[in-house]
Design a binder for this molecule. Structure first.
Ligand SMILES: [Zn+2]
Length: 623
């Protein structure tokens, strides 16, 4: 009997494990990864998981008047894959500006150029002639003729390059003011593309729309600027005393443990002089380890506020938070405080994981765009800057700490950033966070299942699949699981994949396991299928046998959402009812919500601000 029971149990377990796998469509290349053991069906990195990395030692010189950027890089690239590489693929993002380049946006004609000028390129000390360098889209494929890169070995690439930053102050990423006083410089250096276990060399060109997919690397970067300029960058400044005058250095040091915002210097201070040591030029050395990218900014007139915040209560570790901005900005004087408070909440609440970096600089540029430890955020003018600041900083977790392939699955980071900024804004500013209004867009032809790779999408499908639909799905997930389980899943996901490259199935399967429930019924309609959320009130029915009324709620759409009802009775009293989206788990098309005994329903409102609904016309009922 016992034996029989065990066999039965085994059958049940095997069956549910199989159906769990079979529930979501599995792409063949993902199945290959399971077969090779690089990934695991339970959502963990596999026993044979690998990823490549690089060490970048770079020096870069910026000539503000000419907007000329020139640099030398030494890149040591480590091949941890089991494959022998015959090519190393470099990304040259500035080739977006190259004549005949593929672009998601029109660029100012005056900025179209020859792309990145490669002055010299060598691998292992051997020069690679220009005619051997295969240039296409925004890639430069470096052939390793006669010297392939074997598994578990490294190659040293040396490259010397230059290009002119775009003059258009509204360029999609870079920012260079016409007067040469302010620069934000992202996507700027020859960077090794990702070679991974699913697709080999990443092949999505940079067209200005899809953003990050980078390996985790170490950076040691020296930035040379004319005198009078300060630099801010990814990582930690190694030599502040070389450039900053002692009194300013003192403020910089104090700000690293301050809880209040400290003004390191203002535009006024810069005009008066005495901020910098007397030098012919300024050299700033920054180091960052295990980060997926490096960006920097420079100015000779911006204000610099800084403070610090405890990001890990167990160790007392602090992060150094800066806001660097134009005197004319109406909102930026608030940004340092908002940034520090947001980082504290991110570390302790949502996602509830210690901020992983030593610093964050929010720089007043022309965009709303994240980089590791840097944001390029335009002024929000009369609007409150909390949402934008929180959104861009929260990208620290996705796609940076978790090395998301945003070219394929932007919802794995933009959806989260949209989810975080909404919750953080609600909490920090008292203002309502930005719910992206998925319901209005849902079910239209442009509402593409997020599992369609982002590289194939343009707006509005890209925005819908990356921001509004996943934001709604994650909000529903928080409602469904409750904070404690939700947070437990988030921590498990982050612990497993921090510093690695999780793919969608790694996310789904980790959350299934960590929540202790198979959520495939939720993932499928939200991420894999065409559909839309729409609940409606069919009517209010009197159940004579129960002696009470119930609201008959119909599931018109396919995506599962919570049922939230506000009921008013004829005696003037009110009652709210909330059912999590798992009421729809088994596929039923309607449900009853029973109201108070002995009362008569006067009116019902169905739905809520955070519950998307494609058709709200069927959301109200009146006696
Ligand atoms: Zn974003």
């Amino acid at each position: 009997m016992l034996r029989f029971l065990n066999v039965c149990l085994l059958l049940v377990i095997t069956h549910s494990a199989l159906s769990a796998q079979n529930n979501l469509y599995l792409h063949r290349n993902i199945k290959n990864a399971y077969d090779k053991g690089t990934r695991s069906t339970d959502g963990r990195p596999g026993a044979n998981y690998w990823q490549n990395r690089a060490e970048y030692t770079m020096s870069v010189n910026l000539e503000p008047k000419k907007r000329l950027l020139s640099g030398q890089s030494t890149i040591t690239y480590f091949n941890n894959s089991p494959d022998t590489l015959k090519t190393i693929r470099l990304k040259l993002a500035h080739d977006l500006y190259r004549k005949n380049g593929q672009r998601a946006y029109d660029l100012s004609e005056k900025d179209i150029d020859e792309g990145v000028m490669i002055k010299s390129l060598s691998v292992g000390g051997k020069a690679i002639a220009a005619d051997k360098q295969r240039r296409g889209n925004t890639f430069l494929d470096v052939p390793l003729e006669g010297m392939p890169l074997l598994p578990k070995s490294s190659a040293q690439i040396q490259v010397s390059w230059s290009y002119v930053l775009p003059a258009d102050e509204g360029a999609p990423r870079e920012y260079a003011t016409a007067d040469g006083s302010v620069f934000f410089v992202p996507y700027w250096y020859p960077q090794v593309a990702v070679y991974d276990d699913l697709q080999g060399w990443a092949s999505a060109p940079y067209n200005g729309l899809q953003e990050f997919y980078n390996d985790f690397s170490d950076y040691d970067v020296t930035i040379t600027l004319p005198k009078g300029y300060m630099a801010w960058a990814t990582g930690e400044l190694q030599n502040p005393g070389d450039v900053l005058a002692p009194a300013v250095l003192d403020k910089w040091n104090k700000a690293h443990s301050a809880t209040e915002v400290v003004s390191i210097f203002t535009e006024e201070d810069l005009k008066k002089g005495g901020v910098f040591n007397k030098l012919k030029q300024h050299q700033f050395r920054f180091k960052a380890s295990s980060v997926p990218d490096f960006a920097f900014a420079a100015s000779n007139r911006y204000n610099w506020d800084a403070t610090s915040v405890v990001v890990d209560d167990k160790t007392g570790r602090r992060a150094f938070v800066s806001a660097v901005y134009d005197t004319k900005s109406k909102d930026y004087y608030k940004v340092c405080r908002i940034g520090a408070d947001a980082i504290r909440l991110m570390s302790t609440w949502l996602p509830g994981y210690p901020y992983p970096y030593p610093s964050m600089t929010v720089f007043n540029g022309n965009d709303g765009m994240e980089y590791p430890m840097m944001c390029n955020d335009a002024s929000t003018g009369d609007r409150d800057p909390t949402g934008l600041t929180a959104h861009e900083i929260s990208h620290t977790y996705f796609p940076f700490m978790m090395g998301i392939n945003e070219q394929n699955y932007a919802w794995m980071d933009e959806g989260w950033a949209s989810f975080f900024d909404l919750n953080l804004t609600d909490s920090l500013s008292g203002a309502r966070g930005n719910s992206r209004g998925y319901g209005f867009f849902a079910g239209t032809e442009s509402d593409v299942p997020p599992m369609v790779q982002s590289r194939f999408l343009s707006s509005p499908a890209y925005r819908g699949a990356s921001y509004s639909r996943p934001q709604a799905a994650y909000l529903g997930l928080l409602d469904l699981l409750g904070y404690e389980t939700f947070h437990g899943c988030m921590v498990e996901y982050m612990d497993r994949w921090k510093g690695k490259h999780p793919m969608p199935y790694d996310f789904f399967n980790t959350w299934n396991q960590a929540s202790g429930q198979n959520l495939d019924w939720y993932w499928k309609p939200w991420f894999f299928e065409w559909g839309y959320p729409d609940l409606g009130i069919q009517g209010v029915v009197t159940d004579e046998s129960a002696g009470r009324q119930y609201v008959h709620v119909e599931r018109v759409g396919t995506q599962p959402v919570p049922v939230h009802l506000e009921v008013e009775y004829t005696d003037g009293s009110k009652e709210a009812f909330h059912q999590k989206s798992d009421v729809w788990r088994d596929g039923k098309s309607s449900m009853r919500v029973y109201c108070a005994v002995g009362k008569t329903v006067k009116s019902v409102t169905l739905g809520g601000r955070l519950i998307p609904d494609a058709d709200r016309k069927n959301n109200n009922w009146k006696l």
